[in-house]
Design a protein around this ligand. Structure first.
Ligand code: ADP
Length: 414
């Protein structure tokens, strides 16, 4: 059985058709700038990329193109489930959920917590339900993995009623990636996940840390929204909470202007005045660009400081895991971070670190030091596995769904 994994943004859809067991991928791709004259579809199949223009295409048109492609591959009848990445599940979802009217309503109820992402996820789900009638659709939440955080980690020190009445607490994101790389790290260390204490660092355009103990998230660096925590590509991460007030009085900037700048014009972009792209900044720093040098240094310093802070959530630290575009490819960032973390027992193996790029996983610490691992993340595979676990009642840990429930939701095809 093949799983179609969809990640629907406001004007884009990322997709992958894969086997949850083996990870074999038959087709993957990206449709972007949907609804605009520049809308285009990129399909990757057997190492070949094809690109086509589809001016003003909608989700429905993209899904029609996908169906035609599946037909051509002879795989249309073998797609058993559509699994959706959903950004915010609030406190309602600590596991994937089979999508029916109640689940849709609950995702809708989380819109105030993720006003940009959840509406796009919902629109994608509704279009997919129309395009793939009869297939079970599963929602896999970015926040779910962090629902095991204890109150000491998720409560802010603010008036209690902000939490009880408005849900103001830390939720955390990138959960699928943190969960996946923790499992992979256990495999690489050849130890059961149940007895490992890890700090996982997902460093992409968005960046977050998680403290993972026995496969459960105990703390994470993102909070109510994905703006909190580390320095990111365009997001500031932590700033003084009085910033809005100060800039309003000092510069007459509105709430909207400051919020937009903290999300889109800050982080590496704001510090460097050049770019939010780490690869470009590392190249510019070598050429002597002062802003790029500062941006990389601040990124590394804040990251190292946060890793040390995150380890407080754990009874011990068995390994640090790097993943995401920066974590998987920037030997420079990893070296600078580990060199700041000698107090946690890290010592860099330079040759191993330089070798662990472009999809090469590995241990980059010297023998006898605290292990530091580079692990390629695979959110699509994890989403497919989570969906399979939900839909296969006999597997350990899967939700017990009665055949009537499945039939009701899938229209009898499950
Ligand atoms: P997203 O969070 O959008 O999925 P990625 O996980 O692909 O993004 O990460 C993008 C980041 O990874 C960018 O900052 C990019 O510059 C960085 N990156 C990718 N390859 C390299 C590299 N070889 N060296 C340094 N940084 C890299």
């Amino acid at each position: 059985m093949w799983t179609l994994v969809l990640n629907c943004g406001s004007s884009s859809v990322k997709f992958a058709l894969l086997q949850a067991e083996s990870g074999e991928t038959a087709l993957s791709g990206l449709a972007e700038r949907l609804g605009s004259p520049e809308a285009r579809l990129v399909l990757s199949q057997a190492g070949q990329k094809t690109e086509s223009a589809h001016p003003d295409a909608s989700y429905a048109e993209v899904f029609a193109l996908l169906l035609a492609e599946l037909e051509q591959l002879g795989l249309r009848e073998q797609v058993g489930v559509v699994a959706h990445r959903v950004v915010h599940g609030g406190e309602k979802f600590s596991a994937p959920a089979l999508i029916g009217p109640d689940v849709l309503e609950s995702i809708r109820a989380c819109i105030p917590l993720a006003p940009l992402h959840n509406p796009a996820n919902l629109a994608g789900i509704e279009a997919a339900q129309a395009s793939f009638p009869g297939l079970p659709q599963v929602a896999v939440f970015d926040t779910a993995f962090h629902q095991t955080l204890p109150p000491v980690a998720y409560r802010y020190a603010v008036p209690k009623e902000w939490y009880t009445e408005h849900g103001v607490r830390r939720y955390g994101f990138h959960g699928t990636s943190h969960a996946y790389v923790a499992q992979e790290a256990a495999r690489m260390l050849n130890r059961p996940l149940a007895e490992l204490h890890l700090v996982t660092a997902h460093l992409g355009n968005g960046c977050s840390l998680a403290a993972v103990s026995g496969g459960k998230s105990l703390d994470t660096s993102m909070g109510l929204t994905p703006l909190e925590g580390l320095v990111m590509g365009t997001r500031s991460g932590d700033v003084d909470p009085n910033l809005h007030d100060y800039l309003a009085r000092q510069a007459g900037l509105s709430l909207e202007v400051v919020t937009d700048a903290l999300n889109r014009r800050s982080g590496l972009t704001g510090l460097s005045g050049l770019s939010g792209d780490m690869r470009q900044l590392e190249e510019a720093a070598v050429q002597g660009h002062a802003g790029a040098t500062l941006a990389v240094e601040v990124f590394v310093y804040r990251l190292a400081k946060s890793i040390a802070a995150m380890s407080v959530a754990l009874p011990g630290l068995d390994a640090l895991v790097f993943t995401g575009g920066i974590g998987e490819n920037s030997a420079g960032v990893r070296a600078k971070v580990l060199n700041r973390l000698g107090l946690l027992g890290f010592a860099l193996d330079e040759a191993a670190n330089d070798a662990a790029v472009r999809g090469v996983a590995g241990q980059i610490g010297r023998p006898g030091s605290t292990p530091a691992l580079v692990v390629g993340t695979n959110e699509e595979l994890m989403i497919a596995r989570e969906a399979a676990r939900l839909l296969t009642p006999e597997r350990p840990g899967s939700q017990q769904l009665g055949s009537n429930t499945l039939r009701a939701v899938t229209g009898g095809l499950a």
